[in-house]
Design a protein around this ligand. Structure first.
Ligand SMILES: [Zn+2]
Length: 225
């Protein structure tokens, strides 16, 4: 029995909880129409224009909660429910993605740091576990350690993602209020949606950290054998 597997239990519970939380909260506020009645695409466009960012496109992308900002093509991509929706959930997510575009435009440091981590994190997430498993099969602490270094890059990426996400949501609330897209009594609803979304990133980071702790313990055990 590998007792280090116990470390993964809180990680699994938290990640399931965060997925349930974002789905239920998003769906709940998708049914709450904003008083002003503008849709997500208009909100994103207005926020971009008011920040002088006329070169950033706003497009519809298929899927649910597939919304993202693509810095390479300078495009805010919104899922159909967000793009055309006038709900508090739609406006919150649209403004959040526009918030990422503002971060990019302003050279917001945590976003730049995150971007430089992307290639390393991609290599790390592809190669770390095959190398770790190979290390465990061969009983080779050095293989295991290489895998751990690679996985550390993934963990660091997950951690730098957190300030980027929190900041985009803060900007979203500020922009929605500044342009009068949401009334004061609607702020709480939008905040709940964005907090639930942020929780999924927190859960991913905690899960990654717990995985890393587990790998450290395994490499210690292997080193002593
Ligand atoms: Zn985001």
């Amino acid at each position: 029995m590998d007792f280090t597997l116990l470390l993964l239990i809180p990680a699994i519970i938290l990640s399931i909880y965060s997925q349930v939380k974002i789905t239920t909260t998003f769906n709940k506020y998708l049914k709450v129409a904003s008083a002003k009645g503008v849709n997500g695409a208009m909100v994103a466009q207005k926020i971009l224009a008011s920040n002088g960012m006329y070169d950033v496109k706003v497009e519809m992308t298929p899927g649910k909660l597939s919304d993202h900002y693509d810095p390479r093509s300078k495009t805010v991509r919104l899922s159909p429910e967000v793009y055309s929706g006038t709900s508090l959930a739609s406006l919150g997510v649209a403004a959040h993605e526009a918030g990422h575009a503002i971060q990019h435009n302003n050279g917001y440091f945590p976003l730049e740091l995150r971007s430089t981590f992307v290639p390393v994190a991609q290599i790390g997430s592809t190669l770390s576990f095959p190398i770790i498993i190979l290390g465990l099969i061969l009983g080779s602490p050095s293989f295991l350690n290489i895998g751990i270094y690679l996985f550390t890059a993934v963990v660091l990426f997950q951690i730098v993602t957190l300030p980027v996400e929190f900041n985009a949501s803060r900007r979203a609330i500020g922009q929605l209020q500044a342009h009068g897209f949401i009334a004061p009594q609607e702020v709480t609803g939008v905040q709940k949606v964005l907090k639930a979304a942020a929780l999924t990133y927190v859960a991913a980071a905690i899960a990654a950290i717990l995985n890393l702790v587990r790998l450290f313990i395994l490499s210690r055990i292997l080193g002593e054998e």
